[in-house]
Design a protein around this ligand. Structure first.
Ligand code: NFD
Length: 262
């Protein structure tokens, strides 16, 4: 797979950018962050290691170096909904995903890996292994394992999780980062309620609803953990954001629009 050639510059630029109120309201760190130091810690986590043998705890020091910043009641987790969750948090401006915070913002969407070449910087700027490659433990898996676990631990108050009810393999999947690292790390002493919101990918049939299938499994897991929960089918706020992105979709045009006004 490809790599992001200017990852260092992008990382530093995003780190500086996030410290201005205008980048993402609510996500601006409380005190100034040493972005150069953060880059060094991020780089050293994997530098010169075998790109297919990155230990799952490689980013431990990076997690420790990033100031904790998630305000109560603001955590938005997601699984299978990357295509709409960020559009939603941007539009509604009331919740923050991992990618909206310093932990995830700098490398969101980027590709990176290590190089064992002693004459290199320790990173490979030409080519990286795919994360789904059999027998290959890549940097991004370690990174998202660590950052997902961290935001799970850090969550307080009411948390939200956005799942896709039109997935045929289940809205809540046991092998997802949400199921493996975020939900299990939530502290029932700190998390007061879990709001599950189901969204339907436009044009796809609904496979699951609140109280059925894998959604019921997650509801039960919340109960067993001692955390109250709510569940909303076809979340209307998200539906409006979906339609703002695809205004002429048949599911977005009401009968009144079809007949037209006189
Ligand atoms: P998903 P999920 N390396 O939709 N998160 O519950 C890389 F680089 O199935 C954020 O598993 O939901 N990408 C991000 C991967 C990534 C890997 C992962 C991997 N080893 C987790 N495995 C992010 N910002 O990119 C899967 N992916 C891709 C956190 C996969 O193709 C978020 O806090 C899909 O595009 C969120 O609450 C995406 O990662 C939860 O874990 C997510 O897979 C979503 O992970």
């Amino acid at each position: 797979t490809g790599t992001t050639p200017f990852i260092k510059e992008i990382f530093l630029g995003r780190c500086l950018e996030l410290q201005t109120e205008t980048a993402i309201p609510n996500a601006c760190p409380q005190s100034p962050v040493n972005c150069t130091l953060l880059w060094d810690v991020f780089h050293d986590a994997i530098a010169y290691k075998d790109p297919c043998a990155i230990p799952l705890d490689a980013y431990r020091e990076f997690i420790a170096a990033v100031p904790h910043q998630l305000p109560a009641d603001k955590s938005m987790f997601w699984s299978g909904t990357s295509y709409i969750v960020h559009e939603y948090t941007e539009a509604a401006n009331d919740l923050l995903t991992l990618e909206d915070t310093l932990l995830g913002y700098m490398v969101d969407g980027l590709q990176w890996c290590s190089s064992t070449d002693a004459s290199s910087t320790g990173l490979n700027y030409q080519e990286c292994p795919d994360f789904w490659q059999e027998g290959c433990a890549v940097a991004s898996t370690a990174f998202y394992t660590a950052t997902s676990s961290a935001i799970g631990r850090q969550a307080t108050g009411v948390i939200t999780v956005m799942l896709d009810a039109t997935r045929t393999d289940g809205a809540y999947r046991n092998d997802s980062f949400f199921a493996k690292y975020e939900f299990p790390n939530m502290d029932p002493e700190k998390v007061t309620r879990g709001d599950i919101i189901l969204v339907n990918r436009l044009g796809n049939p609904i496979v699951e609803t609140c109280g059925t299938g894998s959604v019921a499994v997650l509801e039960r897991l919340f109960t067993e953990k001692g955390i109250e929960w709510t569940c909303t089918d076809n979340d209307e706020r998200v539906y409006h954001v979906q339609c703002s992105k695809d205004p002429t979709h048949t599911e977005c045009i009401t009968p009144a629009d079809v007949t037209g006004s006189s």
